[in-house]
Design a protein around this ligand. Structure first.
Ligand SMILES: NC(=O)c1ccc[n+]([C@@H]2O[C@H](COP(=O)([O-])OP(=O)(O)OC[C@H]3O[C@@H](n4cnc5c(N)ncnc54)[C@H](O)[C@@H]3O)[C@@H](O)[C@H]2O)c1
Length: 317
């Protein structure tokens, strides 16, 4: 099997690529090193896969480049390339979200029309939901994004549906819920908390800390993503929540990280940010039924793995 992984130098894309290689896939990785965070970190993410003879890497921007041969001889597309981050998606910066999340997705789907692709797996997000009256959220609930980022991720998901219905591109959209673990993006909360404790600085917490997040370990996300390409597809249910089953308040999370590092987290409390939702919590019954998937790494074990990664990185190991 040959897989195309977009966003291959990113947090999840690089971890997915390595897992696919371990499962016998040939992998073509694509990334354009957007400046959302530094290129050096992304190059380091790629290092393990690059040493594998079954891995090839193409530096190209899906929103602009000629994609002529991108999906040639590819059996499965895993489309993870995106401009992530909720708080940065306001004002003029929205243009980048449109470019990398909507336009890039549409261009890649267009390339898949008439190709031999067996599955197109799209990395969607819990941010398509916004705030709801009832939790855990089910896939049937009406998406009501609360941020411009969520709007663009939902647009990408809907483009998948449009190309599926009109041209038979076999898409599956996975709504990931706050992913964490080794290589987590430097703008994400757990990464920032751990780095602030190691540096002896205060962690800047937005809001009261009572907001709830469903944290999902990257290894679990990667397994669900691979399975979404491998199991038979139910065309009536091509959208799935991928949540970790560890919905906790931010304040509880801070305590857990403090325990893991053996030092309490010092917090500077700041105002809630526009775009942040009160709560995310996934119903994962559909993924359980369709993929035979459930999360395996609990939050304490996942945090320990991420802490270990931060410490190793600091030591240059
Ligand atoms: N990390 C999470 O908690 C989370 C949650 C929900 C959904 N997601 C989705 O999962 C995917 C991966 O997220 P991540 O956290 O690994 O982000 P990331 O920023 O680490 O990785 C995304 C990669 O895509 C690349 N990219 C962006 N635009 C591109 C383009 N036009 N052409 C080629 N490459 C491009 C970037 O350079 C980056 O390396 C994204 O689609 C994101 O929206 C992530």
């Amino acid at each position: 099997m040959k897989a195309l992984v977009t966003g291959a130098a990113g947090f999840i894309g690089s971890t997915l690529s390595e897992s696919l290689l371990q499962h016998g896939y040939e992998v073509k990785g694509v990334d354009c090193f957007t400046r959302h965070y530094d290129e050096e970190t992304k190059r380091a993410n790629l290092a393990v896969a690059m040493r594998d003879e079954h891995y090839e890497f193409l530096e190209l921007d899906l929103s602009r480049a000629d994609l002529g041969t991108a999906v040639d001889n590819v059996d499965v597309v895993f489309h993870l390339a995106a401009q992530p981050g909720i708080r940065g998606s306001w004002d003029r910066r929205f243009a980048e979200y449109v470019q990398h999340n909507i336009l890039a997705t549409q261009r890649l789907l267009e390339e898949c029309v008439g190709s031999a692709i067996g599955r197109f797996v799209y990395a969607s997000s819990s941010s398509v939901y916004g705030d709801h009256a009832e939790y855990p959220v089910l896939e049937e609930q009406l998406p009501r994004p609360h941020s411009p980022y969520g709007v663009t991720k939902l647009a990408g998901e809907q483009l998948c549906g449009v190309y599926d219905e009109n041209f038979g591109v076999p898409t599956v959209a996975l709504r990931y819920f706050t992913v964490y673990g080794p290589r987590q993006r430097p703008d994400m909360a757990i990464h920032r908390v751990i780095e602030s404790v190691i540096a002896g600085e205060r962690f800047e917490l937005f809001g009261t800390g009572d907001q709830i997040r469903d944290f999902t370990f990257v290894g679990d996300v990667v397994r669900a993503t691979r399975l979404a390409a491998e199991v038979p597809r139910d065309t009536a249910a091509t959208v799935m929540n991928i949540g970790g089953g560890s919905a906790v308040k931010m304040n509880e999370l801070l305590e857990m990280i403090g325990v893991s590092l053996g030092r309490p987290v010092k917090v500077a409390r700041l105002a809630e940010q526009a775009g942040d939702v009160r709560r995310t919590e996934a119903s994962i019954e559909r993924a359980r039924a369709m993929l035979g998937w459930k999360p395996e790494v609990d939050l304490q074990a996942g945090i320990a793995a991420q802490v270990e990664w931060h410490l190793r990185r600091r030591d240059g190991r």
